[in-house]
Structures are given as C-alpha cells and as structure tokens.
Write a protein that binds this ligand. Structure first.
Ligand SMILES: [Zn+2]
Ligand SMILES: [Zn+2]
Length: 348
C-alpha cells in the first residue's frame, strides 16, 4: 500500500510499504476513507518530538471501513463504517472504566513507533487497529464523514477543553488560539452556554470563522491583550481561559488575563520543561489548572449520543482536501499556513 512515512526532520515520504496484517484475534484492518493532518503531526514533522522511528506511518485521525476483522472482534464486520479516537483503549482497565480512555493501561497512540514498538498511523490506505471492539466507534450511515473524522480528535479535544473551563452563563471566557482545536472549543463553549466568549489569534481568516461560530474575535497583533481583557471585565480578568496553543507564551498570556479563582483549561500540547508562571502566582490567583490529553473515545461516543456534532457545521474548519500522493505538499501548506489552510485532510 501507499502511506506517508516519517523520513526525518521536515521530510514526509509518500512510500510504497507492506500492507498491515492482523497480529491478534482482537485486531481489525481498516480501509481508510479520510485521514486528518493534525497540529501535533507538525511537532513530529519539525523533529520537536524525539524518538520516532524513521519509516513510521504518520497520523492519528481517521475514519474508514472494516476490511478484515480478527475472530474475536464481535462488534464489527467487514464493511462496517467506523471512526477512531487517536489512541487505542481496552475498555476494561481502571482508566477505561472511569472514562479516561486516553490513559488506558494497554493504550497506544496511532502514528508513533519508537525503537520498533508502537502503532503505525492513518495517513495510508490501510491501518491495523488493536482492541478493535473497545477502540473503534461505529458510525451510522447518516453521519457526515468529515464530522466523524473531527470527533476522533479535534472536536472532542475542543469540547473537553471547554467543559474543563467550567462554562457558566454570564461569565467571560477567552480562547487563546483559533486553530482547529480552538475553533472547535468555540462551538463547544457556545453549546455549553457561554455568553461572553472572546477568541484570540493573529490570523484574520481564523478569527472570521471564530466569529461565525459565535465568538467575539480579537486580533492579537498590536493589541495589549491583558489590558483589553481587564477593561472588559471590570478590571478582574476572565472567569475561564482555554489555552489550545501549547506554547510558554500562550500559557503566560492565559495567566495574565485570568481572574483570581478562575479556571485555566489547557489542551495545548506543551513540551516546555517548566511552567511559565510560578507556584506563588498560582497561589495568589487561587488557580484551578486543568490540562491533559482528551479521552477522545469517551467524548466521541458521548457527543454522538447527545447529537452535538450533528447540530453544528464543525466541518467548516476543513479548508483543504488532498489525495494521499499529495501528502508531502499538504504538510508544507499546513505547516506554513499557506492559502489560509486551517485543517487539511487526506482522502482515499
Ligand atoms: Zn490530532
Ligand atoms: Zn483500558
């Protein structure tokens, strides 16, 4: 099959490699329909995440159809439509039982092979999914494929971020970063009842979508964010801040604009060694800090059941569609934010 593989810093190869095969009776092989390219794939692309083996198939966001199921896979058969969260989960361990599927004791991240161990990714024609019954989520025929793709990571993550911010009516919330996850957090925060919701970014096209989704856009270029938010909140600061960027600067801004007793909800993937605020500042702010990887398996099921993605045009963030063969170019366009690219997907 063909796949996009990691070839070293800033090298993505369109490679012809062996088809995946069942390695366990609970595995399934999925024929990929849509695969997303995610902001966290860019960390790998730039070599910021160390340890990934060269030749690893990239990507962790996908929808598809069961091509082959092991004999112990009970929920799916050849032809079943599925979406997948970005990690596998067993459905039985302590963490799965409390809905924290992202920390399953047997779970693994797709698109991460290190020293020969781990799982290949989804930017390919086919993928092997371990623990298929408890990892994959069945898709009804009437659900749009693009919505399903976003449920596997960015919409679930945006929702998780908004829920963690403890949204209440008549409070003021700020989202820092209007990339795919930030824009999904806008929809989620509005859905959860946020009235005053400000969305900060530098990119006008992204701010325009944030506005369409119901946020008040704030362009950070040339703006003193702290002053602006304090002015709008009787000098107090925001009741909740959602940080989706993952940089020390964005975390610093979040603290600066949060009121004492507020909640800082962070889903940005941070790689810094230290916090950009001190324990003393956290104390003085009576800070509640929530962060971490979204349990996407749990949220995908919950949000489908509550018909949340069905109600909103979440797929609007998908600005670019490429064939798998165009993958290396897609990475470049996404990375450099060329052509107003917000979220690219690969179609098989
Ligand atoms: Zn992702
Ligand atoms: Zn588990």
């Amino acid at each position: 099959m063909y796949a996009l593989t990691f070839g070293g810093k800033e090298i993505i190869n369109y490679s012809n490699i062996a088809d995946p095969i069942l390695l366990s009776s609970t595995d399934a092989i999925i024929k990929i329909s849509l695969a997303g390219i995610c902001g966290s794939d860019l960390h790998v692309y730039h070599g910021r995440e160390t340890g990934l083996d060269q030749g690893t198939v990239m990507g962790h966001e996908f929808t598809g159809v069961i091509e082959e199921a092991g004999k112990d896979v009970k929920k799916f058969k050849k032809g079943s439509r599925v979406l997948s969260p970005f990690t596998t989960s067993c459905g039985k361990c302590f963490y799965c039982s409390i809905g924290m599927t992202c920390r399953c004791e047997k779970g693994n991240l797709f698109g991460w092979v290190q020293n020969g161990h781990g799982l290949h990714g989804a930017q390919a024609a086919y993928i092997r999914v371990p623990m298929a019954d408890s990892t994959l989520v069945p898709l009804s025929n009437d659900l749009d494929e693009q919505k399903a793709l976003l449920l596997g990571d960015v919409f679930s993550t945006g929702y998780f971020c908004a829920e963690n911010a403890g949204i209440r009516r008549s409070s003021t919330y700020v989202i820092i970063g209007c990339g795919p996850v930030g824009l999904m957090a806008v929809i989620a925060a509005k859905h959860l009842g946020a009235e005053q919701l400000l969305a900060i970014d530098f990119v006008p096209e992204r701010l325009a979508i944030a506005k369409q989704f119901g946020a008040e856009p704030l362009n950070a270029s040339g703006l003193n964010i702290k002053e602006e938010i304090l002015n709008r909140t009787h000098g107090r600061g925001a009741d909740g801040v959602m940080e989706v960027v993952g940089s020390p600067q964005s975390l610093r801004s979040a603290i600066d604009i949060l009121r004492p007793g507020g909640i800082l909800s962070s889903v940005g993937v941070h790689t810094a060694v230290n916090f950009s605020f001190s324990p003393g500042e956290a104390y003085d702010k009576n800070l509640t800090y929530k962060s971490g990887r979204c349990p996407a398996r749990y949220y995908a099921e919950k949000l489908l059941r509550e018909e949340v993605p069905q109600r909103y045009a979440i797929e609007k963030i998908i600005t670019h569609r490429f064939s798998l063969a165009e993958g290396p170019t897609a990475y470049e366009i996404f990375d450099k934010k060329l052509d107003n690219c917000i979220k690219p997907v690969l179609m098989n």
